[in-house]
Design a protein around this ligand. Structure first.
Ligand code: CA
Length: 682
């Protein structure tokens, strides 16, 4: 993971506004850290973790703690669960006691400018890995080395060649990579570091060391692999990719086709970018199946807060995460995320080798706090440390090597809120998740603090309400743990949904509720009973354009963004948006008709038209209702249900009524139409 330019553009502006708006406590190292101003409540949270099922006997749990040394050098402190300050040996012992088997260190070839000033991101070279690796080994941890084969961050967006290799041919580069790896691993071996796994490249989906083609990449993988086999014959060789929602099967076939000698197919998995857990399991199982290799999650993380701790904006923040996520942003949310990802990879079966959390110890050098008084001073102090010790994600010295990203957005930690330590270096109970996952752990004294009310549903009169009712609800405990509960619906209330109108019905949670005295917990749901629709496929649930005459292929029935059910009429065009969808029906009796339509969408420009037109062809009576669309899932409605005095629209048996949806808007406009109703007024 790292340095997505999009994210950092936002971060740069965030850091500035934070400096202007927030105040903080004492900055220089001689002043106290104003511990009284920090919200320390996260430290007191105790987490619940379900036991992970089907763990393989050699399953590895651990974390990448590459930045530890630079944070330590910058003067920040770490503590154990008893509140005692720990040194480096104590830090790695704490990780071991928390249930970790292995730690990973990234290694860059030469992360320094011509004057020897570090690029930041921990200034992670072989020396740093040796220093930390010795402590980790002494603590009984295995060590994984993660070679980026670059002088700075390597990820899906950049795989820059090390300075020393820039003018080399492919063959020369492979030879240089092999001898560099031998040299680096020998230094680790000579220092007694217990290296059990080595990653040849980091997130190499789109390249490695400046090489983009699979043939060239394979030569480099094999050069690294040969080096590992020669220095640490018992260590596993890993390859590492970043996006399990992409085509890993093709990657695996390339590796097989060019005979890459490796043992572990590793992946990153960040929940907000990398697809579902089910997909992760499926994809990694398929990879294991076709390659016969072990599979492993090499990076994952989650935030315990949306606050920023060091004055350098975070990847996961208030601004970037307005949607309600599946895990809460809390200490328990971290435990839930770690356990879910671990279970997902364990579900692969015998091939599952483990999971690593990414940078749980990348805490602020000095933290600031809204209640304090000196943000500028803290930021100044932090900036100096980021530059001097490389404890931020990038220093200004990286700008010559990486001008487009580090050169513009250099700064502190973008992940201090995803650490498993709080901003002042005290461990959170989520750090113990690694231990808890082996046996399960139940936090005591928890109660259900809220039930998340299910979204309202609509049914057409006569439809089976059970086709639409949720059979579970989600709730949150007072430690922010989110649970799913089974429910039973009140049959009496459901039996009354026999006429058009709005109803309230209730269900009762049937599962055991933590901290409950046994009083039944009822949950409310709004049900809207709609009249019988005389349009064909008015709700688009036939899954295609049946019934509708659509004037332009920019609109059609798809699964994108339905209001209700699984389908809706979706539209988008890179040019100007303009289409109609219409159908005619014959009235089978005299009466009065009502009608309505729902729509959502955006980018249609000023003065756009999203209109429902209903015309009785026999009498000429016409109704028009319009909506203005304001964004994704911001549903707007026109027609019968929203008009205070709906028009009296009469038909006689045999009259033809034409319903036309008309949409006109700017180039790039998009949206969906759903639940178009034409019905006899009951
Ligand atoms: Ca930060």
């Amino acid at each position: 993971m790292f340095c997505k330019k999009k994210t950092f553009t936002k971060m740069a502006s965030l850091a500035v506004s934070a400096a202007l708006l927030l105040s903080a406590c004492g900055g220089s190292s001689s002043e106290p850290k104003c511990a009284e101003l920090l919200d320390t409540s996260s430290r007191d949270i105790s987490v619940s973790v379900s036991r992970i099922e089907n763990l393989t006997s050699d399953f590895l749990m651990g974390a990448d703690v590459s930045s530890y040394l630079s944070i330590d050098k910058s003067g920040a402190a770490y503590y154990d669960f008893n509140g005692n300050k720990v040194d480096m040996d104590g830090f790695f012992s704490l990780l071991k006691e928390s249930g970790m088997d292995i730690v990973r260190f990234r290694v860059w070839n030469d992360p320094y400018d011509e004057k020897g000033r570090g690029y930041g991101g921990g200034n992670c070279d072989t020396n740093a890995a040796v220093t930390m690796g010795k402590s980790a080994t002494a603590a009984g941890l295995q060590v994984m080395i993660d070679y980026h084969y670059s002088d700075f961050w390597a990820d899906p967006n950049k795989q820059m060649t090390p300075k020393a290799w820039m003018l080399m041919s492919d063959e020369e580069k492979a030879a240089a990579l092999e001898s560099y790896t031998v040299e680096s691993l020998t230094a680790l071996k000579d220092a007694g570091v217990n290296v059990t796994m080595v990653s040849v490249g980091n997130e190499t989906d789109n390249g490695m060391s400046g090489e983009k083609g699979w043939t060239e990449k394979c030569e480099l993988y094999n050069a690294g692999s040969r080096a590992v086999r020669s220095v640490f014959p018992d260590a596993l060789v890993a390859v590492h990719f970043s996006n399990p929602e992409h085509d890993y099967v093709t990657y695996a076939r390339h590796l097989t086709d060019c005979n890459v000698d490796y043992d572990v197919f590793g992946t990153s998995y960040y929940p907000y970018w990398h697809g579902t857990l089910e997909n992760l399991t499926e994809v990694m199982a398929e990879i294991a199946d076709i390659t016969g290799k072990r599979v492993m999650v090499l990076e994952t993380s989650w935030a315990y807060t949306l606050e920023d701790g060091d004055g350098s904006g975070n990847t996961v923040s208030h601004e970037s995460n307005s949607a309600d996520p599946f895990y809460s942003f809390s200490v328990q949310g971290q435990a839930d995320e770690i356990a879910s990802v671990t279970q997902a990879i364990a579900n692969v079966g015998d091939a599952a080798l483990g999971m690593l959390y990414w940078e749980p110890a990348w805490i602020p050098v000095q933290y600031y706090n809204v209640k304090g008084s000196d943000a500028d001073k803290v930021l100044d102090s932090n900036r100096k440390n980021w530059e001097k010790f490389g404890s931020g994600w990038a220093s200004s010295y990286a700008s010559v090597y990486d001008p487009a990203d580090a050169g513009v957005y250099y700064g502190g930690s973008a992940v201090d809120n995803q650490a498993l330590f709080d901003f002042a270096g005290y461990p959170l109970d989520s750090l113990n998740t690694f231990r808890y996952m082996r046996e399960g752990h139940e936090a005591e004294g928890l109660t259900l603090s809220q039930v998340i009310m299910p979204a309202p549903i609509s049914i057409e009169i006569g439809e089976d309400v059970y086709d639409y009712l949720p059979m579970t609800v989600r709730g949150e405990l007072d430690n922010k743990q989110r649970l799913t509960f089974n429910v039973e619906w009140d049959e009496d209330e459901l039996s009354k949904l026999t006429a058009v109108g709005e109803y309230t019905v209730h269900c009762t949670i049937t599962d055991e509720i933590p901290g409950s005295d046994g009083t039944p917990r009822r949950v409310m749901l709004k049900v809207n009973v709609l009249p019988h629709n005389i349009l064909t496929n008015g709700d688009f649930e036939k899954g295609d354009n049946t019934g509708w005459d659509i004037s332009n292929p920019m609109a059609g029935v798809t699964r994108d963004d339905p209001y209700r059910g699984d389908y809706a009429l979706h539209f988008w065009d890179e040019g100007a948006v303009s289409f109609t969808a219409s159908q005619s029906v014959k009235a089978d009796r005299d009466g009065e008709l009502v009608f309505s339509m729902k729509a959502q969408g955006g980018d249609l420009g000023d003065g756009h038209v999203v209109k429902l037109v209903v015309k009785n062809e026999a009498t000429g009576q016409t109704y028009e209702g319009s909506v203005t669309l304001t964004g994704w899932q911001s549903w707007k409605e026109t027609g019968y249900y929203v008009e205070t005095a709906p028009p009296v629209f009469t038909v006689s048996a045999g009259d033809t009524v034409t319903v036309t949806i008309e949409v006109k808007g700017a180039a790039g406009g998009w949206g969906t139409i759903d639940d178009v109703f034409l019905a006899y007024k009951e």
